[in-house]
Design a protein around this ligand. Structure first.
Ligand code: FAD
Length: 394
């Protein structure tokens, strides 16, 4: 029961964000996802990860990291709306595992290499990330440091022409399949935030190992795992930007990460709502359709209103971000509010499905489990409120 969308909730209000070219792209992507992603979601959930083949197919079709310039093997599309359509359409399949992992690679991990990598690093990793031969992950969180990243302990010791890295990271999305990981490390533990740097570590480096994918509440097709670094020799050229500037790079890049999570949240919410509208029109009780009960009509009206408002705010954020005008507080508002809407919609849609809403075969049951983490990762929603309040009170 995934990917059975008919009525288009995303289009409840006329949207001005996309041009005719965007629409054509959206349609071809939708066809691709219906053929290459949705039918495999159930199998991938059992395997706790998507297939490597799916990454290569996305790469071959030109859907990964579209912004990468031609000299590094990409299409050089300097219009973030295309990347956002990618996340939106993945969300509309209702398959949350794929909807999280592929955009993370293209729009969260890869920008660090594109923006801060030297030419050697860019030529080494970007073409293979565009083709889907190399899968990307980002490793900030540690067992003892999540929201408070300054507490991280993974240490990169300067050994002249290389860093010797020791430590571990946890809860890493795409972790098990990852070939290239952007890792936050301490290069000078005495300096706090100013002693933090970003390194690119790849799976050919001895001493880099991975744990098994975690057993999670939701996102079952996502290979979230631990990463271990045991005396890993990382060449100096794999330092991103300058030593000690890692925190600044994270602060710059995290706004886009939050917009990606927000986009997946509102798009998945639209999918749950559409699946539910279809369901209540088909299901009968007490001699009438469930859609005819006043409670159903009012609940759907409430949810549709919140989703429509969320969609308008999201589109505005995409427009601003495309012009490099979406600040951290605005991106945090989108991440906070749209993930809350996603969780509310998932919960109410389960209720409107009755017992079937609790059965894994139904999109809303999966959605109920998948949605919860969106309020936790990419910065918890409490941290989002901190960031929003800083702007309000500045
Ligand atoms: C499925 C999944 C995938 C993930 N993917 C990645 C990934 O790819 N890469 C990565 O690096 N990390 C990833 N994470 C980690 C995620 O970003 C962290 O779990 C998150 O930042 C919270 O950190 P924590 O778990 O240590 O919780 P804690 O920081 O211990 O927070 C516990 C509670 O305290 C609250 N809290 C903490 N500080 C404050 C404060 N200052 N004010 C108010 N409340 C506060 C939090 O909001 C939370 O409610 C993932 C996590 C999950 C579950």
């Amino acid at each position: 029961m995934v990917g059975t969308i008919e009525f288009n909730v995303a289009e409840m209000l006329p949207r001005t964000l996309y041009t005719e070219e965007h629409r054509l792209f959206q349609e071809s992507l939708r066809d691709f996802l219906a053929k290459e992603i949705t039918p495999f979601n159930e199998e991938w959930e059992k395997n706790k990860m998507v297939s490597r083949e799916s990454w290569r197919k996305l790469g071959e079709a030109g859907f990964l990291a579209m912004q990468v310039p031609a000299e590094y093997g990409g299409l050089g599309i300097d219009d973030f709306r295309y990347n956002m359509i990618f996340t939106e359409e993945l969300g509309h399949t209702g398959c949350a595992g794929p909807a999280v992992g592929y955009p993370l690679h293209s729009d969260i991990v890869l920008p660090y290499i594109l923006h801060y990598g030297n030419e050697t690093v860019k030529h080494k990793y970007l073409p293979k990330m565009v083709s889907g031969e190399m899968i990307g992950a980002i490793a900030l969180t540690e067992p003892g440091a999540g929201s408070d990243l300054q507490g991280m302990r993974t240490f990169a010791e300067d050994k002249g022409d290389y860093y010797l890295v020791n430590g571990s990271k946890t809860f890493i999305t795409n972790g098990y399949l990852s070939n290239v990981v952007v890792v936050a490390v301490k290069t000078d533990p005495k300096l706090g935030a100013k002693g933090t740097s970003m390194l690119v570590i790849d799976d050919t480096m001895p001493g880099f190992t991975k744990g098994k994918p975690f057993q999670k509440v939701g996102l079952h097709a996502q290979d979230t795992c631990e990463l271990f670094f045991d005396n890993v020799k990382v060449p100096k050229e794999n330092l991103l930007g300058q030593e000690g500037k890692g925190f600044g790079y994270m602060m710059t890049e995290l706004a886009q990460e939050r917009l990606i999570v927000a986009q997946s949240a509102i798009s998945l919410a639209e999918a749950y709502l559409e699946a539910t509208i279809k369901y209540v029109k088909e299901r009968s009780a007490f001699g009438k359709k469930v859609a005819e009960f006043q409670n159903t009509k009012y609940k759907l009206a409430e949810l549709a209103t919140e989703v429509a408002m969320g969609r308008v705010f999201m589109d505005k954020c995409v427009e601003l971000h495309n012009e490099q005008k979406c600040d951290s507080a605005t991106a945090s508002m989108a991440k906070y509010k749209l993930t809350e809407i996603q969780c509310k919609v998932a919960d109410e849609c389960v209720q409107l499905h009755g017992g079937y809403g609790y059965m894994w075969d139904f999109m809303v049951a999966r959605g109920y489990a998948d949605a919860r983490v969106q309020r936790i990762y990419a910065g918890t929603n409490e941290i989002m409120k901190e960031l929003i309040s800083r702007k309000i009170l500045a």
